[in-house]
Design a protein around this ligand. Structure first.
Ligand SMILES: Cc1cc2nc3c(=O)[nH]c(=O)nc-3n(C[C@H](O)[C@H](O)[C@H](O)COP(=O)(O)OP(=O)(O)OC[C@H]3O[C@@H](n4cnc5c(N)ncnc54)[C@H](O)[C@@H]3O)c2cc1C
Length: 366
């Protein structure tokens, strides 16, 4: 397309303290753009637009701002929030709030956006943990963070520079092919072009997604199902950007989940998108663009598009898979597993991956 794009849109809430600490450490906080906690929505079927503002506490929204409610909803519907205060590990989001009057307009898009998993299977406990850190705590924790330019400038480049400045190296194109184990201890790591011997007192941190990890440690029972996140990036004429009054909005009864208006392009996210893995990219772009035109209420054109399918964006964050990860067995004694998926109390996010990194450092220091 001739412009730099991220593979996905990666929205981060200001509640994500490990992410913010990390940005501070690598000196990239200034590259973050902070949006107030207000989500615009458009229901394509009902042709209705509304804003869901978290500027006020949930309590205030319910009892003093009836206008702020989601169209068609009643105050009673919002009591579904309370169910997340006491949920257990066995319930899906649908089992908890599937009957709520704001299921289609709120719980479903929220769950898919946060967990990349259908609410029919997504763990209510994980969503509850997110709500307790964000919506339940107030607006300070619900601001939306996005990179001013892109994630390369906010995370990748500054963290690579940080690593180098500390005298360490990143070795690209080093694929771990085999792990040698003796008496439940890793003894050798065999890469595509070298072998590293692991001494008796040394430890290994493996930050590899479950799918590849299982090729190296086949004994461990890990989740096998993954969900796609699909992004369609549209290059457009710059004057079109000013037509959009909100930088991020959600679509309901649509293919598109979230639309992000970037400084030089428009990017649309479709989560939980396995059903679109084999659909032609031209067809997806055409249909999604029609949805954007419907939102604007006028026919506009795009110049070019690029569809990016991340077929293994996250594992299927169901109650069943969560239990698997919580009770992992047969891990060699001198290995710590890291990566977003290991933090089973949180969704697979940047926050979870950074938290797992922090825990890995604690493991090394003990
Ligand atoms: C399209 C998309 C949208 C997303 N949206 C959001 C969002 O809005 N907000 C949010 O917070 N998060 C979002 N995420 C999730 C976020 O990107 C991940 O949680 C995070 O990047 C995970 O980081 P990680 O380091 O744990 O794992 P990864 O980034 O998966 O890193 C694992 C690394 O291991 C390497 N590897 C695998 N096998 C081997 C091997 N055998 N030898 C050597 N190396 C190996 C891989 O090449 C990879 O570099 C999104 C993800 C995608 C794909």
């Amino acid at each position: 397309m001739g412009i730099e794009i991220d593979n996905g849109n990666h929205l981060v809430f200001s509640a994500n303290e490990n992410f913010l600490d990390f940005c501070k450490d690598i000196d990239s906080k200034r590259t973050l753009k902070v949006f107030p906690p207000c989500f615009g929505f458009f229901d394509l079927k009902e042709k209705k637009k509304w804003d869901l503002s978290l500027e006020n506490s949930l309590f205030k929204i319910l009892f003093s701002q009836k206008k702020a409610l989601i169209p068609g909803s009643k105050i009673f519907d919002y009591f579904s929030f309370l169910k997340f205060l006491i949920t257990n590990n066995n319930k899906s989001v649908y089992e908890l709030v599937g009957k709520s009057g704001i299921y289609n307009t709120f719980w479903e898009p929220l769950t898919i956006g946060v967990m990349n998993t259908s609410p029919k299977e997504a763990s209510a406990k994980v969503l509850s943990n997110v709500l307790k850190k964000t919506f339940f705590k107030g607006k300070k924790f619900c601001n939306i963070l996005q990179p001013s330019l892109n994630w390369e400038q906010t995370l990748i480049k500054p963290s690579s520079e940080f690593i180098k400045k500390k005298g360490n190296q990143i070795q690209f194109n080093s694929l771990l092919k085999e792990i040698e184990i003796k008496n439940d201890m890793v003894t050798n790591l065999i890469f595509n072009h070298k072998k590293i011997n692991i001494g008796d007192n040394e430890k290994v941190i493996l930050c590899i997604p479950p799918t590849n990890l299982n090729k190296l440690l086949p004994e461990i029972v890990l989740p096998k199902d993954y969900n796609t996140i699909l992004n369609i990036h549209f290059k457009i004429k710059k004057n079109i950007l000013s037509k959009f009054k909100q930088p991020i909005f959600g679509l309901i009864n649509s293919i598109s989940d979230w639309v992000f208006i970037k400084h030089n392009h428009i990017s649309v996210t479709v989560s939980n998108a396995n059903s679109m893995n084999s659909i032609d990219s031209d067809k997806i772009a055409k249909n999604v663009w029609e949805e954007i035109c419907l939102y604007l209420g006028e026919k506009i054109e795009f110049l070019k598009f690029q569809v990016v399918r991340e077929k293994k964006a996250t594992y299927h964050q169901s109650t069943k898979n969560l239990k698997l990860i919580k009770n992992l067995k047969k891990i060699p004694n001198n290995i710590l597993l890291a990566g977003d998926w290991t933090q089973y109390n949180l969704p697979c996010t940047i926050e979870a991956s950074i938290l797992s990194g922090k825990k890995a450092i604690e493991y090394l220091n003990n």
